[in-house]
Design a protein around this ligand. Structure first.
Ligand code: EPZ
Length: 421
C-alpha cells in the first residue's frame, strides 16, 4: 500500500501536461468488441481502471498489448461474452461491455456492478434501453444475462442523462437494424469522442453532444486507429491546485472548450485564467472569493470536480454552498477534510462551507477517486505535513499526479508502506 506525503505551503508554478481522458478511453476500448481485427489507440492514460478493462477484454479472448500510452487490441479471437464478478466489482464501468457484446455476439453475461462509495449506481436505464432494442434481459445470481436474435432500432428516452447509459446504448444500436433515437442523452465530451471513433469504424451517428442522438444501424464495422481526447477532470484538478496555492501554472494538452464551466467558476473565485488553443494558464490570487456551486450534467459543472472545488472554497473568504445533484453520497471526503481544519456542514445534498484562514496537515484516508484528489489538494494548501493513505483510489483515475505536482514545485512524494499485519 502506498501513501502520499505532502508538506504544504508552496505555490505551484511552471507547466504540466494533461493525459488522455479515463472516461473517454473506457468506452472507446470496449467499442473494439464491435469489430473484428486490429485496433490501435494512442494517448491512453496508464491507470488502474484502464488495466481493469484491458484485463476484461483479454479474458474475453482479445489480444491486448500496451506500449507506453499506446494500446493495441486484436479482437479477431474474441469468443467469450461473460464479464465475471471478480472483474466487474473492481471497476463498475465494465458494464460498458454489455452493449457491444449484445451487438456483436447477440448475447452477454455481465455481473451487476453493484454500488460504490458515491452511490447505488443503478443500471436500470441501460437495461430498459437494451430491452427496447429487443434484447431479452434476465437478472439472475447477481448477473445480467442478455440475449437477442438481432437488435432492432427504437426510440429510447432516458429519465436521467446517463453518461455510460448513453454510451452503452449508442454501442448497442450501431449494428441494430433500422434507426435508434436516444432522447435526453448525455452530452459530455466523452460521448462525442466515442461517437467519433464509432463513425470512423463505419457507424452512422448524428447528434452526439446534443440531447438527441440518432443512430442508423449498419451491417458491419471495421477496426481503426484513434487518439484519446485530453482528460478534462485531470486538467480541472490541476487548475484548482494552481488557484489554491496562489500559483502560476500552464496546463497543456487540454481542450479549453471542455473546461468552460470550470474556468467560469475559477474566475468567479478570483483566479486569473488565460485561454489558449490547447492550454490554459491559471494564476491564483491571495484572496479566494466564496462562490456557490451546483453539480449538473454537462455542460453544467461536473460532479467529478465537486470535491476539488470544495477544498478551494474551504479557504475562501466567507460562505459557499455546494449542491451535489448527481450522486447521493458524494460528500465522503468532507469528514477527512474536517480533520484538516475545514468548517463544512452537510445538509442532505448541500454542503455549507465557511472559509477558514488556514488548513492544517494531518494523516487522512482516501475513500474514492475524486475524494483522494481533494485530500492531496488540501495537503498542498495546509500548514504542516499531510499523509494520504489508500492512494490506490487515486491511481484509478490519475497517472502519477504526485510527480506532476512535484514538477510544479510541490513538496510531495509517494512512499510504499508495508501492510500492517
Ligand atoms: C459517469 O458515470 C462517469 N464514469 C463518472 O465518473 C461521472 O461522475 C458520471 O458519469 C457523471 O458525470 C465514467 O464515465 C466511466 P451516470 P456513470 O450514469 O455513467 C443515475 C469518475 O470519477 N442513473 O451519468 O455511472 C445515477 O445513479 C467517475 O471518473 C440511474 O439512476 O454516471 C446518477 O445519479 C465517477 N440509472 C445519475 O444517473 C441508470 O441506469 C448519473 O449517472 C444510470 C444512472
Amino acid at each position: 500500500m502506498d501513501e502520499i506525503i505532502i508538506k504544504g505551503g508552496r505555490s505551484l508554478s511552471g507547466e504540466v501536461v494533461v493525459g488522455g481522458a479515463k472516461n473517454a478511453a473506457l468506452p472507446i476500448l470496449t467499442a473494439s468488441i464491435l469489430a473484428k481485427g486490429k485496433f490501435t489507440f494512442h494517448n491512453v492514460p496508464k491507470l488502474r481502471d484502464i488495466d481493469s478493462i484491458m484485463e476484461l477484454l483479454s479474458t474475453m479472448g482479445a489480444d491486448v498489448d500496451c506500449d507506453g500510452h499506446t494500446v493495441h487490441i486484436d479482437t479477431t479471437g474474441m469468443n467469450h461474452y461473460e464479464a465475471p464478478y471478480e472483474q466487474v466489482r473492481k471497476m463498475r464501468a465494465s458494464i460498458l461491455v454489455l452493449g457491444p457484446l449484445l451487438a456483436r455476439m447477440k448475447k452477454a453475461k455481465v455481473s451487476l456492478p453493484g454500488g460504490c462509495a458515491i452511490g447505488a449506481r443503478p443500471i436500470d436505464l441501460h437495461l430498459n434501453g437494451l430491452s427496447l432494442l429487443g434484447a431479452d434481459i434476465k437478472l439472475e445470481h447477481g448477473y445480467v444475462e442478455a440475449a437477442c436474435k438481432q437488435l432492432k432500432g427504437a426510440e429510447i428516452y432516458f429519465d436521467i442523462p446517463t453518461v455510460t447509459g448513453t454510451e452503452n446504448l449508442m454501442m448497442a444500436a450501431v449494428l441494430a437494424t433500422g434507426t435508434t433515437v436516444l432522447r435526453n442523452a448525455a452530452r459530455e465530451p466523452e460521448i462525442i469522442a466515442l461517437a467519433d471513433v464509432l463513425i470512423q469504424m463505419g457507424a452512422n451517428i448524428t447528434g452526439a453532444g446534443t440531447a438527441v442522438i440518432t443512430i442508423n444501424g449498419v451491417k458491419k464495422l471495421k477496426p481503426v486507429t484513434a487518439t484519446i481526447i485530453p482528460d478534462r477532470i485531470e486538467a480541472g484538478t490541476l487548475m484548482v491546485a494552481a488557484a489554491l496555492t496562489q500559483g502560476d501554472v500552464k496546463i497543456k494538452n487540454c481542450d479549453p472548450i471542455h473546461l468552460k464551466s470550470i474556468i467560469h467558476k475559477l474566475e468567479k473565485a478570483g483566479a486569473r485564467v488565460q485561454v489558449f488553443k490547447k492550454s490554459v494558464r491559471v494564476k491564483g490570487q491571495k484572496t479566494i472569493n466564496s462562490i456557490d456551486l451546483k453539480t449538473m450534467p454537462y455542460p453544467g459543472f461536473p460532479t467529478d470536480m465537486q470535491a476539488q472545488f470544495m477544498v478551494l472554497m474551504s479557504v475562501a473568504n466567507g460562505f459557499s454552498v455546494i449542491s451535489e445533484n448527481i450522486f447521493e453520497n458524494r460528500f465522503i471526503h468532507v469528514s477527512e477534510l474536517c480533520r484538516m481544519g475545514t468548517d463544512i456542514t452537510i445538509s442532505g445534498s448541500h454542503a455549507m462551507i465557511k472559509g477558514v484562514v488556514q488548513l492544517s496537515g494531518a494523516p487522512v484516508m482516501a475513500t474514492d477517486l475524486r475524494a483522494s484528489a481533494s485530500l492531496i489538494l488540501a495537503g498542498l494548501a495546509a500548514k504542516g505535513t499531510t499523509t494520504v493513505s489508500r492512494v490506490y483510489h487515486l491511481d484509478r483515475g490519475y497517472e502519477s499526479l504526485e510527480k506532476k505536482l512535484a514538477g510544479l514545485g510541490a513538496a510531495i512524494k509517494r512512499v510504499s508502506v508495508k501492510k500492517k499485519t
